[in-house]
Design a protein around this ligand. Structure first.
Ligand code: GDP
Length: 487
């Protein structure tokens, strides 16, 4: 216990201000109760209402989770309903099963699963995760005394991959065929809700208040997405009051829910903590630079190198170097040590930075060490060791004091959200702005991730609307005009 701090304060910190439930076996998931030792204390406290809703959710999950009596009952109903017989009894427990898009990377999956969790809390559903996502060696189980994995013998398991907008039980298809009527006596036993980036007009009507009462009656939702669709939920009037109680500080949704839900397994925690202690812990300041290479190129581009340097130096994250001065007078005080953590699929960018600060003195007298944990060359989401490194690097970026990320990358969004950081985001070069003289980066308004493909449909007025202008706390994203985020 540090001076002036009681053991009660320590206990509170360990549970992230009450966000985490006590009572988990600590050794089986060390990161859960050790995260506070690596993160700076931030001013964002979870509301007491959020804490009580999380505890209620845990009770619900315990009661309705896999293999419980209620789960078995709900499965029976599903099997009956699957034979096209609809049922009218109110279900004991309701579920939302999160299905990932097999092409999406880790960042996308974390954001979509967290969005689905928020929807589950708001609608009193139990969140279950597609077990084929193979994340058990990446993330610990988040809910006490139960599992978040859908059991392998789930009756619709072999159909999960087929679910899309055209599937007969798809929400969009039913909307299109005028089959959704909340006053109807009967309802399907499950609905496929497709909210991925290429969803259609009818799928998007999921975000209309008037369709929620019908959806609410359906015991099983199978939700497929790779998007952070939370800002879309924030635009739904039916959830407005509840959301403002849950999140009085609106920009902390992912910060709280992500730190609640996503805990590295011991194997990944080893990658994170060994790296942190060896390369970052002793620095006076830690700077993260995430350079997302989207084009598969294996050598660094001159344009991006200049963009990163220009951003880092104009924003004073990294010092300028003096290329003329070869002999440096001993600094009067102890030089400041800056540790720069670079994450990238290729090694070229960090080599340029490392050499620059080795071969030239910084004008401030600071010492700059540049480190990069891995360079995997290609995205290999199907490979577990690759995913463990990716997850460790996302987490390490979230532990920095200043962060530069790449536009439109969910890898960076997860890091900024977990860390509660507002990074400078590098504008993504495209053919057009390669010659642009615009600023290299912009500071984000909030640490909330961007929802890349929201709907522009105003359900009430039944026409398109500029959704970045409907409420003051949802705005267009800095890195993608068509996207929206909570600010
Ligand atoms: P996004 O595509 O940038 O939105 O981020 P995603 O995380 O959804 O997908 C990118 C995937 O590529 C990651 O999950 C990793 O598998 C891999 N990847 C991209 N950048 C890096 C990096 O800097 N380090 C590592 N280890 N993997 C990366």
């Amino acid at each position: 216990t540090s001076v002036g701090k009681s053991s009660e304060d320590d206990y509170k910190d360990k549970l992230l201000g009450g966000l985490l439930a006590p009572g988990f076996d600590e050794d089986s998931c060390l990161s859960r109760y050790q995260a506070n030792l690596y993160r700076k204390a931030l001013p964002y406290k979870p509301s007491s209402y959020l804490l009580s809703r999380l505890r209620n959710y845990e009770d619900l999950h315990r009661r309705c989770g896999p293999y419980s009596e209620s789960y078995k009952g709900a499965l029976n109903e599903l099997m009956v309903g699957d034979k096209n017989i609809t049922v009218s009894r109110e279900a004991d427990c309701k579920y939302v099963v999160y299905i990932f898009n097999s092409k999406s990377g880790l960042g996308n999956r974390i954001l979509a699963a967290t969005s689905t969790f928020l929807y589950a809390i708001l609608t009193n559903r139990v969140l279950l995760i597609d077990p084929r996502m193979d994340i058990s060696d990446l993330f610990c189980e988040p809910f006490p005394e139960s599992s978040w994995f859908l059991p392998e013998n789930f009756p619709l398991m072999d159909k999960l991959d087929l679910f899309n907008q055209t599937y007969p039980n798809s929400f969009g298809k039913m909307m299109k065929n005028n089959m959704l009527n909340s006053s109807a006596e009967s309802r399907p036993s499950y609905l496929d809700v497709y909210l991925d980036h290429d969803y259609g007009l009818y799928d998007k009507l999921f975000f209309c208040d008037e369709n929620q009462p019908f959806v609410n009656k359906v015991p099983w939702l199978i939700l497929k997405s790779s998007q952070y669709f939370v800002p879309g939920i924030f635009l739904m009037p039916c959830f407005e009051q509840e959301l403002s109680r849950l999140f009085p500080q609106k920009t902390t949704v992912f910060h709280h829910l992500g730190r609640y839900l996503i805990h590295p397994t011991n194997q990944v925690w080893g990658l994170i903590t060994r790296y942190y202690q060896a390369y970052l812990a002793n620095a006076d300041e830690r700077i993260g630079i995430q350079i997302r290479v989207f084009d598969g190129s294996l050598s660094p581009s001159q344009y991006i190198t200049e963009q990163v340097l220009s951003c880092a130096m104009t924003q004073k994250l990294l010092p300028q170097v003096n290329e003329q001065k070869f002999v440096v007078p001993p600094p009067s005080g102890k030089p400041k040590l800056k540790a720069v953590l670079v994450t990238s699929l290729i090694s070229g960018y960090s080599e340029v930075l490392r050499n620059m600060y080795w071969q030239n003195p910084a004008v401030t007298g600071d010492l700059v060490g540049v480190f990069q944990p891995s360079h995997e060359e290609l995205q290999q989401t199907e490979k577990q060791s690759h995913n463990r490194k990716a997850w460790a690097e996302i987490y390490l970026l979230s532990l920095t004091d200043g962060l530069i990320t790449t536009a439109m990358s969910t890898f960076g969004y997860v890091a900024q959200g977990l860390g509660g950081l507002k990074p400078w985001i590098l504008y993504r070069p495209d053919g057009k702005n390669l010659t642009d003289q615009g600023p290299p980066c912009v500071k984000l308004m909030s640490s909330e991730p961007c929802f890349h493909s929201p709907t522009y449909y105003d359900c009430k007025a039944k026409r398109g609307v500029d959704i970045g202008n409907v409420v003051p706390y949802v705005r267009h994203c800095e890195d993608l005009r068509v996207g929206i985020k909570i600010v």
